[in-house]
Design a protein around this ligand. Structure first.
Ligand SMILES: NC(=O)N[C@@H](CC(=O)O)C(=O)O
Ligand SMILES: [Zn+2]
Length: 424
């Protein structure tokens, strides 16, 4: 199969190329990027007025398989990814059973190969069953293909055990993806602690819940030299800690999710579980700090924390429903609307945070449109205005606070290894 993408506006941070070019793809590989290519191709895509970008890479998704297939499967999650412009996704291990050994990693990779159109790079748990008592077999998971380790959904509260996992992750050459949440400080909170939680009479989650663990984890990264990536940063102090870590030369990176830079707790309309996620929507001051951190390169990555749940689960009250919202199919539009069209990020910087930087963190040969690279490509219209409609999602999860929201920027075509996996 050969594809010729004509007249697109190419954005490639890996080479610094920004401008109108054609791209010729053959046998899954980018053969040529040039001003006017006239190769014969089986498929010609007219990309006039479109952004042509290295495929997006999401470091943080929940695919729910095995165990919670009613929420999402590898197949439906992969379709949602393709529809959102993501060509590579990293599923978290909080499934049932937990992804905590080499056979589970192999099972996931095999199933993904059969059922998913996008690349799936699994993340292994830090402790067995995510119970926090005994380390998972880190070395064998890394050998089987785990690209990172994470206890996502919670933190490893036992710091000595965590220290040992960091040493092993470093030896295995993979990063730790940290979900920062002090379990003992949460005390039943369901939303950000502040004026709004008091107004809604709902138990709050303080910034300290995240901040104490973010600080601890950075101290431990310094101690062990492990590559540390902080997931879904939501507070201004998390940002301060990452800034300090970077200034100190530590291999520490951070991610922010679209919902955290788009909404604050003041936007929560009432007891609506589509606004319940962990960490919670924070204050306006925190939101501002996140945007500035993205702009100032303190935050390296935009990741979705795509967390599908069933309608029945999310119909429940804030107090009773599970934490999490879906994100794969809204990330690009929200980033365009909230960060690019407001001047926080240039289009190139956006692509860096959605593709090039995630690839660097994983140490994989992606996030580039250079000749010779595997053709993972996202084509999007940066100008199209539309209203998000959860009923059009490919994901099983419809749990999003962005239903009916007007946005700008729409993914049109997603290509994985030279194969069109999504076309609007
Ligand atoms: N983010 C969430 O609110 N929920 C995630 C877990 C997580 O990423 O912390 C989930 O698995 O549902
Ligand atoms: Zn998490």
């Amino acid at each position: 199969m050969s594809i010729l993408i004509k007249n697109g506006y190419v954005l490639d941070p890996s080479t610094g190329l920004e401008g109108k070019r054609d791209i010729f793809i053959k046998e899954g590989v980018i053969k040529e990027v040039a001003a006017d290519i006239n190769e014969e191709a089986e498929r010609v895509i007219d990309a006039e007025g479109m952004y042509v970008m290295p495929g997006f890479i999401d470091l943080h998704v929940h695919l729910r398989e095995p165990g919670y297939e009613y929420k999402e499967t590898i197949a439906t999650g992969a379709m949602a990814a393709a529809r959102g412009g993501f060509t590579t996704i990293c599923p978290m291990p909080n499934t049932n059973p937990t992804i905590d050994n080499d056979q589970m990693i192999e099972y996931l990779l095999l199933k993904a190969k059969k059922e998913a159109g996008v690349n799936i790079l699994p993340i292994g748990a830090i402790t067995k069953g995510q119970q926090g008592h005994e380390l998972a077999d880190i070395e064998s998971m890394a050998k089987a293909g785990a690209v990172a380790l994470s206890e996502d959904g919670k933190s490893v509260m036992n710091t000595a055990l965590y220290l040992e996992s960091m040493k092993q992750a470093k030896a295995a050459g993979i990063p730790i993806f940290a979900h920062c949440e002090d379990k003992d400080l949460v005390q039943g909170g369901v939303m950000n602690e502040g004026a709004k939680s008091r107004e809604l009479k709902l138990p709050g989650i303080s910034n300290a819940v995240e901040d104490v663990i973010a600080a601890r984890d950075i101290i431990m990264a310094k101690e062990t030299g492990v590559q540390l990536h902080l997931c879904h940063c939501s507070t201004k102090d998390s940002i301060t800690f990452i800034k300090l870590a970077k200034e100190g030369g530590l291999p520490v990176t951070g991610e922010v999710c679209p919902h955290h830079f788009t909404l604050s707790d003041e936007d929560i309309p009432g007891d609506d579980s589509n606004y319940k996620m962990n960490p919670p929507l924070r204050s306006k001051e925190d939101v501002q700090a996140l945007k500035e951190a993205l702009r100032d390169n303190i935050i390296d990555v935009i990741a979705t924390d795509h967390a599908p749940h069933s309608e029945a689960e999310k119909e429940k009250s804030m107090a009773e429903s599970p934490f999490g919202i879906v994100g794969l199919e809204t990330a690009f539009s929200l980033t365009m609307r909230e960060l690019v069209n407001t001047g926080y990020l240039t289009p190139m910087e956006m692509v860096e945070k959605l593709s090039t930087n995630p690839a660097k963190i994983l140490g994989i040969d992606k996030g580039s449109l250079a000749a010779g690279k595997i053709a993972d490509i996202t084509i999007a219209d940066p100008k199209e205005e539309y209203a998000i409609n959860v009923n059009e999602f490919a994901s099983k999860g419809k749990n999003s606070p962005f239903h009916d929201r007007k946005v700008v920027g729409k993914v049109k075509t997603t290509i994985v290894a030279g194969k069109i996996v999504y076309k609007e």
